[in-house]
Write a protein that binds this ligand. Structure first.
Ligand SMILES: CC(=O)SCCNC(=O)CCNC(=O)[C@H](O)C(C)(C)COP(=O)(O)OP(=O)(O)OC[C@H]1O[C@@H](n2cnc3c(N)ncnc32)[C@H](O)[C@@H]1OP(=O)(O)O
Ligand SMILES: O=C([O-])CC(=O)C(=O)O
Length: 375
């Protein structure tokens, strides 16, 4: 048996959802370039991912109305979130909430209803995410209220203020940027779960657990904390040299698939630049990040390490007023669409139990010695 460490380049499914060219830095959802999709709303992308095409006005309204009617979650789920301490890890809190939703709803796979289940999960993910923040901030629970957009409802219910047009557009774009990325660790964890025909809420719970790690969704927080740690643009070179000497990784740099600049990082950079200009500390973090981007590119590009999607996104969320601990939950909120789209594609079109093998390299057969005879 040949071991593929980290399952690199192992193909586990076919997909019509997301195309990545990691050498050229191209990302497309169902054939549409990620740059062009910045002109689409998240709800249009929800329809695109789940149903295969961009929606007509009527189809879009239908999707919006299912989402708007599905924000509510059972009181027991809200109680579970709020019963956890304010110092609890937010993705752990989301896992707990999704575990609770799985035990309440437990939907069976059904081609007639799977897409609607996904839409309900997407709506409830907004309720869970904003209440994780509300619980951690010591605020009262709130269910997002329907508005013109999913992005606006989420911002209102999380931040308890009326977001302006630029903030709503930036959140909408962020949701689209983080929507899907083929089969990274989180999606794969969820797919393994889906392959057992476990319910869709449990699959999201599994995906959340994998997203949490600093090598995956946790990197946005890691990247931002570096900018705070560096403190000013003049200190970037010295800080970077020290990290290289210590053989440390630069968070927000490097990617298993991209061997060039992540196309999403370029867009996040533009969005972060625009919104950070409103807040002095955020502006400084943006300057530090741009300098680190430049220094990193000079020294790490020969290893094909470039900024990934998590490099600039934190500055954008921070500029909107989110605490650092919310960066990964917002990633999870957006990715719920990609996860559920992949689960449905796999279960409905190409289902088989995922059960790889491990090559045994342990001891040969050994003779069992009872406890009383062991020295
Ligand atoms: C949304 C996302 O999940 S995007 C990824 C978010 N994660 C991060 O930003 C964390 C930092 N980045 C990393 O740790 C990695 O680049 C990963 C985990 C994303 C991908 O890693 P892999 O494809 O498994 O590459 P691997 O870990 O084998 O590293 C290959 C080489 O690049 C180096 N390397 C990889 N990433 C970095 C980095 N961020 N900084 C410095 N060196 C790095 C490794 O040290 C290794 O060097 P070596 O060959 O001299 O030993
Ligand atoms: O694709 C990956 O390995 C990581 C990921 O989720 C992303 O970049 O959005």
């Amino acid at each position: 048996m040949q071991v593929s460490r980290g399952l690199e380049d192992v193909i586990i499914k076919t997909t019509s959802l997301t195309f990545i060219d990691g050498e050229k830095g191209i990302l497309r959802y169902r054939g549409y370039d990620i740059n062009d999709l910045m002109n689409a709303s998240y709800e249009e992308v929800i329809y695109l991912m789940l149903y295969g095409d961009l929606p007509s006005r009527g189809e879009l309204e239908e999707v919006k109305s299912i989402i708007n009617e599905s924000y509510d979650v059972p009181e027991s789920v809200i109680n579970v979130i709020f019963s956890l301490g304010r110092s609890c890890d937010p993705i752990g809190m989301m896992e707990t909430a999704f575990g609770a939703l799985a035990s309440v709803y437990n939907p069976a796979w059904d081609k007639e209803r799977d897409k609607e289940t996904a839409l309900k999960i997407i709506a409830k993910a907004s309720t869970v995410t904003c209440n994780v923040m509300r619980a951690k901030e010591g605020l009262k629970p709130k269910v997002p209220e329907p508005s013109e957009s999913y992005a606006k409802s989420f911002l209102r219910s999380s931040l308890d203020k009326e977001p302006d047009e630029l903030e709503v557009k930036a959140m909408d774009n962020s949701l689209v940027l983080y929507t899907d990325h083929e089969v990274p660790a989180s999606t794969t964890a969820g797919l393994v779960t889906a392959s057992t025909l476990s319910d869709m809420y449990s699959c999201v719970t599994a995906a959340l657990a994998a997203l949490k790690g600093p090598l995956h969704g946790g990197a946005a927080e890691g990247a931002f904390n570096q900018f705070v740690d560096i403190g000013s643009p003049e200190k970037v070179e010295e800080w970077f040299s020290r990290k290289m000497e210590e053989k440390k990784r630069i968070m927000g740099f490097g990617h298993r698939v991209y061997k060039t600049y992540d196309p999403r990082a370029k867009i996040f950079k533009r969005l972060a630049e625009s919104l950070s200009s409103r807040k002095p500390e955020a502006k400084t973090y943006f300057k530090i990040a741009s300098k680190l981007d430049e220094v990193g590119e000079k020294h790490l590009s020969e290893k094909k390490l470039f900024p990934n999607t998590d490099f600039y996104s934190g500055i954008l969320f921070y500029s909107m007023g989110f605490p650092v601990y919310m960066f990964t939950p917002i990633f999870a909120l957006s990715r719920t669409l990609g996860w559920t789209s992949h689960f449905i594609e796999y279960v409905e079109e190409q289902h088989r139990l995922i059960r790889p093998r491990a090559a045994y390299v342990g001891a040969e057969k050994r003779e069992f010695v009872p406890l009383e005879k062991r020295s």
